[in-house]
Design a protein around this ligand. Sequence first.
Ligand code: 5CA
Length: 445
Amino acid sequence: MRLTRYFLPVLKETPAEAQIVSHRYMLRAGMIKQASAGIYSWLPLGFKVLKKIEDIVHEEQIRAGHIPMLMPTLQSADLWRESGRYDDYGQEMLRITDRHGRDMLYGPTNEELITDIFRANVTSYKDLPLTLYHIQWKFRDEIRPRFGVMRGREFYMKDGYNFDLTKEDALHAYNRHLVSYLRSYERMGLQAIPMRADSGPIGGDDTHEFLVLAETGESEVFYDSAVTDLTFGDREIDYDSVEQCQAIMEEFTTKYARTDETHDEAAFNEIPEERRRVARGIEVGQIFYFGTKYSEAMGASVQDKDGNKVPVHMGSHGIGVSRLLGAIIEASHDDKGIIWPEGVTPFHCGIVNLKQGDGDTDAACEGLYAALTKAGLEPLYDDRNERAGGKFATMDLIGLPWRITVGPRGLKNGVVELTSRKTGESVELSAEDAVARVVEIYAGV
Ligand code: 5CA
């Protein structure tokens, strides 16, 4: 993409309404624009990162054997009356009446709708196990929407639902989700720690939230610092193996890590004092096992091997896709702007032309642009007639992990400069070597 042909409305001023750094940078980098309280338009740069995150979530869910689909945003109130949640959900639910006077709602989550799909189509244990998921907009009429996409009213969420014959099978589904979430967050450059939590209006006893540690997080968390040493890395995992998934679940959830809702002071005090941590975190996902709560209320049952009708065991599993943009920026930025992890960056590499209009530098930039594009990467070429300082400031603000700077002086010596956004370190290389280096970096992402 050439910047002169793109739509990147960066702001010079710091918007007064933004209280935390991720919100400030998302506004300043022209990623989002507020449409009304807690509701945002996703401008091209923000939309690009949103899609990158969505792609990672899809890939990891499909790898785990979960099946993508799409349900609507608007739902009928009748289904929610069946589960009993129409009245329970309270004012967070946006209720709508259509022209025929029928009660509708903008879905805050989809347990009812998916259970209705299941009961209409599945009758035998032979069709289990089954996990369906979608990535769709949700609406919760939060009393205090704040911090930009972090606590929106309209937000983008991945929600998955497992249907299993037994509790053991459903707990395997729970563990599969835990593993797939660990992989997803790590690919986004994040450490998200599973913590024992409270299930709230979703219900059930078994639930973990995934928290990214950040001072601006809305949740208070208590943990053993040893949990921060755990990483999933690039291990191979067989998602069908009950033992492998169980072992990883135990590895990541045995050490003390809880949100304030389930915090137990006595258990916390058993951790050696130097490892006790009280901090704040951003909740980027939550997994639940709630047994037969919805299947019993809504008549979702299957015939087991002996021909008996039994309600299925279920769980639901969410990732805050739009919130993740805020969480990633909170975890990765400096005073100049965002520092995107390579896995989610909107463009792979910036190209800065220090002397726009100079025949040689223009040609060198075009050559780099063509070579990176041919290698399957997306460069962002700042081809504006601006001074170097302004171009660097924009690149630093929007946070592309790599930048290639091209100027007449370097070209005389046959070199361009490759700079890491994260470390600020630069190396001088021939244009071909710079391209090869960037291609090599992304081959490992
Ligand atoms: N049905 C279950 C699992 S699919 C569910 O709704 N879980 S949840 O309530 O925990 O939401 C899943 C994730 O969505 C949360 O972990 C959080 O990351 C994100 N989320 C929840 N509310 C908001 C909000 N108001 N703004 C942005 N993201 C949100």
